[in-house]
Design a protein. Structure first.
Length: 290
């Protein structure tokens, strides 16, 4: 079965649960999956025929990879928020779990195939900018891919996208402006910078952190880039947001832990959710989602 066929089969299994296609895909990283629980049934234009929003286990969706990382619930939630029909991923898989980049990016392809032409992709990240405290929210302007595998490696299927996608506008500038405006309206401090993806699962060494700072990055993590790549491949637009959960290795001299990541993400969650609310509202009000 081709990649295209697998994507279509997975999307068809999810589409059975909705009466209208989603407009926005939400990929929610470590500690941030609770936002999907805020989705609700629309009164004006119902996404669901009856009852509360649908939550599907990843295991119930054909070909959908499953995560075993703490803080990633592994559910796909369908509902509405601020007038936008949404499909939200509570957690994602990572390359360090043994997946290749194409498998990591597969769920993003399914969201787009379902109809979501805008993806809001979030992550928890280590801060490379010493002046930014943990709990900083960073709008991703661009990325550097250090993952050692590529989501488009192998034969290309033109039904999904072109062989050589342009990445100049991988993080849609017009959507970034909406994110900035939403942050300003809610009095939320929003930094902006470059995200660098590293393979993990170890955190970076102090020497690697110095290298990444020299390359011009402000945040580092172990996800996001494969999903952004396939979004560009399938001509979907992306907003990327990192929650800076800790200073990267060597900046403070303290040891790093995943507990710190999830604790900080939990602490900043309400602010992050307010930002997402504002972004969704602006996307609807300004006709960015159809």
């Amino acid at each position: 079965m081709t990649l295209y066929d697998r994507v279509q089969e997975a999307a068809a299994a999810v589409a059975k649960h909705v009466t209208e296609p989603p407009q926005v895909g939400l990929i929610l990283g470590s500690g941030l999956g609770g936002y999907a629980d805020k989705l609700s049934q629309s009164v004006v234009s119902p996404l669901l025929s009856a009852g509360p929003p649908i939550a599907l286990d990843y295991a119930s969706i054909p070909h959908f990879p499953r995560s075993h990382v703490v803080g990633h619930a592994g559910k796909l939630v369908l509902g509405t928020r601020h007038g936008a029909r949404c499909v939200a991923m509570q957690g994602r898989v990572h390359m360090y779990e043994g997946h290749d980049a194409a498998t990591v990016a597969f769920p993003a392809r399914v969201l787009i195939a379902l109809g979501a032409k805008v993806l809001i992709i979030t992550n928890a990240a280590g801060g490379l900018e010493p002046s930014w405290p943990p709990d900083t929210l960073m709008l991703i302007r661009d990325h550097i891919d250090m993952l050692r595998d590529h989501a488009l490696r192998g034969p290309n299927d033109e039904r999904l996208g072109t062989r050589f996608p342009d990445m100049t506008r991988a993080y849609a500038p017009e959507l970034r402006e909406h994110a900035k405006a939403a942050a300003a309206a809610a009095n939320i401090a929003l930094a902006e910078g470059v995200y660098v993806a590293m393979p993990g699962p170890t955190y970076e060494t102090p020497a690697e952190v110095k290298m990444l700072q020299t390359l011009g990055a402000q945040a580092t993590g172990m996800s996001t880039v494969p999903e952004v790549v396939v979004a560009a491949h399938m001509r979907a637009r992306v907003i990327g947001i990192s929650c800076i959960t800790n200073h990267a290795a060597g900046i403070t001299g303290q040891a790093l832990s995943h507990d710190e990541v999830t604790e900080t993400a939990t602490r900043v969650r309400s602010t992050f959710e307010s930002l997402l609310d504002g972004i969704l509202g602006r996307l609807v009000a300004h006709g960015e989602v159809a």
